[in-house]
Design a protein around this ligand. Structure first.
Ligand code: IMP
Length: 420
């Protein structure tokens, strides 16, 4: 597998989020000594099953169920303290060991307050009036990052020492505008509850690496939603690319030895924005139902599309992928033919576009070129080998982007997958 002693491996989404990273991280987390979230917030969603019961976590790192694995939320994450406290309590009530000896939250991580959540919602309303709604999850993630850049967001270090937090509110009175007495009292309880978990997680991670531990960094969302390299402005607010992930934890970039990019055999997108290869009509609905493509954070139906190899090839380079994982190919069983996007052409001239679109105008001017390949009725043969059609699809993807697929998921079950 991709984890080595004394090294870090990074797992990243290569599409618009929801690539099925959670399952893979669960599999890898079993072998990891430390699993770390490094960016984003509770805009992310990850479904796990505890004793037959479905739980969705938004902030807790994956691997929470593997009790020998320690967990970190790095300084690059923005934290809604209510959400985090609720997730911890939920896990503890299910009998999961989640002590301050096992789970650490970076003292420098910025805090999402009701002010940020309300700002997220009101900004979206404003954008809607100008027909440029992003479709944010409304969790206050973007405003909290903006607030950190404005240098007025409290961090966990300030939040979890109550007097310091009150002083912070005095100095930044706009943050207290949405806080009535009962909200203040709830925040105080949550601050006390979370205080034992606060640590310098950069040191936790560096010490773990120095002592030969296997460290796994868990990316949230996907590169097409990266604030720098995604379909701006229809993106999330954090930097998701591999180059930023070391900084979201506080380890040197060279400690990351493997960068594993995760894709689905098709694609999905929630929220607005450019989407080359989008499928419409009844087939889209069939795929959505078959793949259970509904947002785990907002429940919104996801738009579905074909796998975009042009975008993938671009992001393989930006992220320096060493490996690829292909998820949910089983959802396409019985679909024939299967398409992939292999070029963008200029709608007006019909010529193939050089370079990668940057502006919305550029995205609007392109038309994806679809290439059709034979579909598969099953992923494997009776002898356990990859079926000819599926194997050809995998080779097509590998050859197009220049990275080998080391993992092929074959079904929703944790054990349904092939390591190569
Ligand atoms: P925000 O991150 O809540 O500001 O939302 C910005 C965009 O990113 C919206 O289109 C969201 O639907 C999308 N988004 C944010 N987090 C996720 C995720 O974890 N999976 C998929 N889409 C996401």
């Amino acid at each position: 597998m991709i984890l080595e002693k004394g090294k870090a491996a990074l797992l990243l989404g290569m599409q618009y989020g929801d690539e099925g990273k959670g399952k893979l991280i669960d599999v890898l987390a079993k072998e990891a000594d430390l699993v770390c979230r490094v960016q984003g917030g509770n805009n992310a969603g990850h479904t796990i099953w505890v004793n037959g019961e479905k739980l969705t976590t938004h902030l807790l790192p994956s691997g929470v169920l593997h009790e020998k694995t320690k967990l970190v939320i790095g300084s690059g994450v923005v934290i809604d303290p209510f959400v985090l406290a609720t997730e911890i309590k939920n896990m503890i009530s299910k009998g999961v060991l989640l002590s301050p000896q096992r789970f650490f939250v970076d003292s420098r991580a910025a805090v999402i307050l009701p002010y940020h959540r309300n700002l997220d919602v009101s900004r979206e309303k404003l954008r809607a009036q100008n027909a440029n709604q992003i479709g944010t999850t409304g969790k206050g993630v973007g405003p909290a990052y903006a607030s950190r850049a404005f240098r007025d967001a409290p961090r966990m270090a300030e939040f979890c020492v109550w007097d310091n937090f009150l002083q912070w509110l005095d100095r930044h009175p706009h943050l207290a505008e949405d806080l009535d007495e009962s909200a203040i009292s709830s925040l105080r309880d949550v601050s006390a509850f979370l205080a034992p978990y606060i640590k310098d997680c950069a040191m936790v991670a560096n010490n773990a690496l120095a002592s030969g531990s296997k460290v796994l960094l868990e990316g949230a969302q996907g590169t097409m939603l990266d604030v720098g390299f995604g379909t701006y402005p229809y993106v999330t607010s954090s930097s998701l690319v591999s180059g930023s992930c070391a900084g979201g934890l506080g380890i040197p970039p060279w400690a990351i030895k493997r960068v594993l990019g995760v894709i689905k055999a098709y694609s999905t997108r929630v929220g607005n924005g450019p989407y080359p290869g989008e499928i419409e009509g009844t087939f889209a609905e069939t795929l959505r139902q078959k793949g259970h493509e509904f947002g785990s954070t907002t429940g919104r139906p996801r738009s579905v599309g074909w796998l975009d190899l042009v975008a993938l090839r671009y992001h393989v380079r930006i992220n320096g992928l060493t490996d690829l994982a292909i998820m949910k190919s089983d959802v396409l069983c019985g679909v024939d033919p299967v398409a992939v996007v292999t070029a963008y052409k200029d709608k007006r001239t019909g010529e193939e576009m050089r370079g990668f679109p940057v502006t919305i105008q550029a995205w609007e001017s392109i038309e994806p070129v679809l290439e059709f390949v034979p579909g598969w009725s099953s992923l494997t043969t009776s002898k356990g080998k990859l079926s000819k059609e599926f194997s050809n699809f995998v080779k097509k993807v590998e050859n197009f982007v220049g990275v080998s697929a080391i993992y092929l998921s074959t079904g929703p079950d944790r054990n349904a997958g092939i390591w190569r």
